[in-house]
Design a protein. Structure first.
Length: 84
């Protein structure tokens, strides 16, 4: 089944990745071979804690921030661009 849905070598960004469905999606991406998963959430502490927890499945990076504004979206895109 993993070969069918392989994400081997890919990078993903999951908004709202610190809890609930977002965290489950991030875990799924890591489980199916994503090279790296970035998660973002408004609460930095929760985002950092989730990334630490998810890192047991693969490389998960916390990029906390509010993406409800264009400034927040551009900031997130800029931070990902610096890393990739």
């Amino acid at each position: 089944m993993q070969n069918l849905f392989s994400l081997e070598g890919r990078v993903a960004v999951v908004t709202g990745g610190s809890r609930g469905i977002g965290a489950m999606i991030a875990k799924g991406f890591l489980t199916y071979g994503a090279k790296r998963v970035y998660i973002t959430a408004r609460k930095a502490g929760a985002c950092d804690a989730a990334a630490e927890e998810l890192s047991q499945y693969g490389e998960c990076v916390s990029l906390p921030g509010d993406i409800s504004t264009m400034e927040g979206i551009e900031g997130l895109a800029s931070r990902i661009k610096e890393r990739e």
